[in-house]
Design a protein around this ligand. Structure first.
Ligand code: ATP
Length: 665
């Protein structure tokens, strides 16, 4: 595949576009004096075009133009339109979900599309596409009164209301709301509504691409007619600045409700780090307690000597790599929030963490903070560290402190914010000094990550052995002074993980997404018995197949997985999956992430992982993969990236070459 040239986006977006006339067929100009609002049809039209386009750049262009039209003509609708595009109703950490089951939708489709419920069910079982059934049959229905066109805002607000509904009668109220929407919807709107409600709306653009399109739209709006006379390099530069700054802001303030109004009121210049507008408002758009920061991540490394080479004279520290669950703990105005690695709210899961925290800092001097830590299960008798699997046995939601049977200890390793002040730009050495000054360890409940500041290979080796003996996975090695700021969402080369496994020559586990499945045979008939797994390539926004797997599963586990995955079954291979179709019984809309251990990686004629990164025309495959566990703390797009697969392959080849040298010596 040809890699896109560095100015390809600019080339596409430089084509003339008039937000008034180009979308006129689905979004006519308002009557004089009336307010311009975005019809749902305009959003649907863009989605349909995107679904039918195979080029990612072309998809981004379509979305950019829709967003540009919205920013220009009806900015008050931008939040609703953007939420509809990414099919969410609120920021991720708020845990707001539509939660509409197929049973309810079957009922609504039957009532609104003139079919019996049994007939809808039968058709659904045959085709697996409820949205298509609804659209086709709704079209056949004669309507006496022409419904009022749906607006994007109405659809979004109805979705949000449904997601927030609770208490008595909730099913009836949800049914009524959906019926109203489906009755007013026309043509492809019916299809998109049902897909959105089923959470199967993936149109071929992941959230990072949608955010990039939003950044581009703000840049184009600011540049206006100048776009046409700019060089492609200058235009691309402006597009890149807007997209990357917007992404960075979202890593720190992951809330459309906060970020979009700010960018709308200050415009593109808010996204230009060298502008005075940016300087004036930077603090308003940086991290704050209550909103999860995308955590900094680490790169695997295969040995202490590699660390020394990589850090090249920079001062560094080694910390125990605890085997628990990442917890970003926020405090402000007496309130504590706990967020997972995946930015989900885990405050209810850890009432014991919430209750212990106030006793480890001085409330008189500390008004707010954000710390990064690992929560680890400890033995109630001895206080010894327990493996991650033990922590997994704790309940997940609404746990009462009195019911906690598996105690945990918090191991704090970083502080990102204190008393109204973000600390991201300080070095780790400085942040650690603040952490130590503010908190007081409480045995078995709150501790600092054990560390060693030494560049002596023997000392580090001893420290690594010690960490393993204490029940840790190995070490995290981090720069202390230079290149030692905290960069949200970044997989940093200045944070290295050194696990015992890598040193034994076993590759790191991979976190992969099941994208297809095969039915079992013999006693496993009727149950899924094998899966096609994929990694994710953000560059091309596609899931790339990496291996088939059928080992590592107990029979009961397969039954459980079959049940869990059933709602994700889909008859056709999604367009954003790069995989051979042969032999796959059922495709799965991406929903789960599995940790997989493999013997090694090899260049493959049938799989597509990291295609173009190591071999121009072939992908990489895993050999002898085994299922380890389901990673509930990761979303599909957080799975192992194609780039990481390529790096693993390269470092494996390097290790083999080194062995060859030793043998031949
Ligand atoms: P990744 O987070 O890199 O995608 P992962 O979730 O599989 O991968 P690991 O590869 O095991 O995690 O390593 C990183 C994780 O190690 C961190 O996200 C954090 O939860 C944990 N961790 C344990 N101890 C530390 C420490 N001292 N410093 C930073 N992270 C630590």
């Amino acid at each position: 595949m040809e890699p896109p040239s560095v100015t390809s986006m600019a080339k596409l977006l430089q084509e003339p576009f008039d937000p008034m006339s180009c979308v006129a067929n689905v979004w006519p100009a308002p009557t004089p004096g009336a307010q311009d609002t975005v019809p749902y049809a305009a959003v649907v039209d863009a989605m349909v075009d995107i679904s039918a386009t195979s080029s990612r750049l072309e998809c981004v262009k379509i979305l950019t133009r829709l967003l540009l039209a919205v920013i220009t003509r009806a900015p008050a609708d931008l939040i609703a339109v953007f939420y509809l595009v990414i099919n969410k109703q609120a920021p991720q950490h708020e845990g707001v979900e539509l939660g509409i089951g197929d049973a309810l939708l079957l009922k609504v489709v039957s009532e609104c599309c003139g079919m019996t419920e049994a007939r809808v069910k039968e058709a659904y079982q045959q085709t697996g596409d409820l949205a298509e059934i609804a659209q086709n049959n709704k079209q056949k229905q004669a309507t006496l009164v022409q419904p009022k066109p749906l607006s994007a805002k109405t659809v979004f607000q109805s979705f949000k209301q449904m997601a927030l509904m609770s208490g008595k009668d909730v099913m009836r109220r949800r049914t009524d709301t959906i019926k109203k929407l489906v009755r007013d919807a026309q043509g492809a709107e019916v299809n998109l509504l049902i897909r959105a409600l089923q959470q199967k709306m993936r149109i071929g653009l992941a959230e990072p691409s949608a955010l990039a399109a939003l950044g581009y739209a703000f840049a184009l709006q600011f540049l206006g007619a100048r776009c046409a006379v700019m060089t492609l390099d200058d235009l691309q530069n402006a597009l890149n600045i807007a997209a990357s700054t917007l992404a960075r802001i979202f890593y720190e303030v992951p809330s459309i409700d906060i970020v979009l109004p700010a960018v709308l009121s200050h415009g593109f210049l808010l996204l230009v780090p060298r502008s005075s507008v940016f300087a004036r408002h930077q603090r308003d758009l940086s991290i704050r307690p209550g909103l999860p920061v995308k955590p900094q991540l680490a790169h695997p490394t295969s040995g202490i000597s590699v660390v020394l080479d990589r850090f090249n004279e920079r001062k560094f520290t080694s910390e125990y790599k605890y085997d628990g669950e990442r917890a970003q703990i926020h405090y402000e105005n007496g309130k504590i929030h706990v967020f997972s690695r995946n930015s989900e709210t885990h405050t209810d899961k850890y009432p014991d963490v919430v209750s212990v925290l106030p006793s480890v800092f001085e409330k008189a001097t500390v008004t707010s903070f954000i710390i990064d830590s690992e929560v680890v299960a400890v033995s109630p008798e001895t206080g010894a560290l327990q493996a991650f699997q033990v922590l997994q046995h704790r309940g997940r939601k609404n746990i009462a402190e009195k019911d906690v049977t598996i105690p945990v200890c918090i191991f704090a390793f970083d502080i990102l914010y204190l008393n109204g002040e973000p600390l991201l730009d300080r070095s780790l050495e400085q942040r650690r000094a603040v952490l130590y000054q503010i908190f007081t360890p409480l045995p078995g409940k709150f501790a600092f990550a054990t560390h060693l500041d030494s560049d002596n290979v023997e000392d580090i080796q001893k420290f690594l052995d010690q960490s393993i003996a204490a029940g840790c996975e190995g070490l995290m090695i981090k720069t202390l002074e230079e290149e030692a700021t905290y960069t949200p969402a970044k997989r940093s080369h200045f944070w290295l993980k050194l696990k015992k496994d890598y040193m034994d020559g076993v590759t790191d586990t991979l976190d992969l997404v099941p994208i297809g499945a095969f039915y079992g045979k013999g006693k496993r008939a009727g149950v899924l018995g094998g899966f096609l797994l994929a990694c994710y390539d953000a560059e091309s926004d596609e899931y790339q197949s990496i291996c088939k797997i059928g080992t590592g599963f107990q029979d009961e586990a397969l039954e459980k997985l079959t049940g869990e995955l059933r709602p994700s079954f889909t008859a056709e291979k999604p367009r954003y999956y790069r995989a051979e179709t042969a032999g796959v019984d059922v495709w799965l809309i991406e929903s789960q992430v599995w940790e997989i251990k493999a013997a090694d990686l090899s260049i493959s004629p049938v799989h597509y992982a990291a295609i173009g990164l190591v071999d121009p025309a072939k992908g990489i495959a895993l050999r002898f993969p085994r299922y380890v566990r389901t990673r509930e703390d990761k979303k599909p797009c957080d799975c192992t990236a194609a780039q990481q697969v390529a790096e693993m392959y390269r470092s494996q080849s390097l290790a083999i070459q080194k062995e060859d040298v030793v043998v031949s010596e």
